[in-house]
Design a protein around this ligand. Structure first.
Ligand SMILES: [Zn+2]
Length: 166
């Protein structure tokens, strides 16, 4: 029989107990998974995490490209104005700087907002489906899944923060 150490009073409990015999605090559920089961769940979780990370970096690339396009457009527009309005160059320069700042703040906020929204939506649907299909196919419970997630994922993991959100 495995033992569970109470994290509040350090008492040793039988793993069949739901609450600490000494201080009555709730104990973490022990897992009935074998080492092999845990290993295969762990592999699945790691690969899900990997695909989340690559989706994130793809979305970052799209955001960066849009920023780059805005910057190019701004440079071309400023340059054209500078060449065409020879008598009002000071005003053109001032306007172009103001325009650039406004465009970057406005579009930057807008793009960032929609990127995050689109990414979250894609994650939700795709990943929830992948996880539930996997659990259905293998017969592991979602408690098993969460147990192994808590063991292998770090605090900064995108999968963990995704799971905490839903
Ligand atoms: Zn206790």
């Amino acid at each position: 029989m495995a033992k569970i150490i109470c994290k509040f009073c350090n008492a040793e409990n039988e793993d069949s107990r739901e609450r600490c015999f000494s201080c009555n605090a709730p104990l973490p559920k022990s897992s009935a998974l074998s080492v092999e089961d845990e290993k295969s769940l762990e592999n699945f979780i790691q690969s899900t995490e990997k695909s989340l990370l690559s989706a994130k970096s793809k979305a970052d690339t799209v955001t960066f490209s849009l920023f780059f396009l805005i910057a190019i457009f701004w440079v071309i527009a400023s340059f054209a104005a500078y060449r065409n309005f020879k008598d009002e160059r000071v005003m053109v320069i001032v306007l172009s700087i103001v325009m650039g700042i406004v465009a970057f703040i406005f579009f930057g906020g807008l793009i960032g907002h929609f990127e995050r929204k689109a990414m979250r939506k894609a994650f939700n649907e795709k990943i929830l489906q992948t996880i539930s299909e996997y659990l259905k196919a293998t017969g592991y419970t979602s408690a098993d899944f969460q147990y192994v997630c808590g063991k292998v994922l770090t605090e900064k993991s995108p999968l963990l923060s995704f799971l905490n959100e839903i």
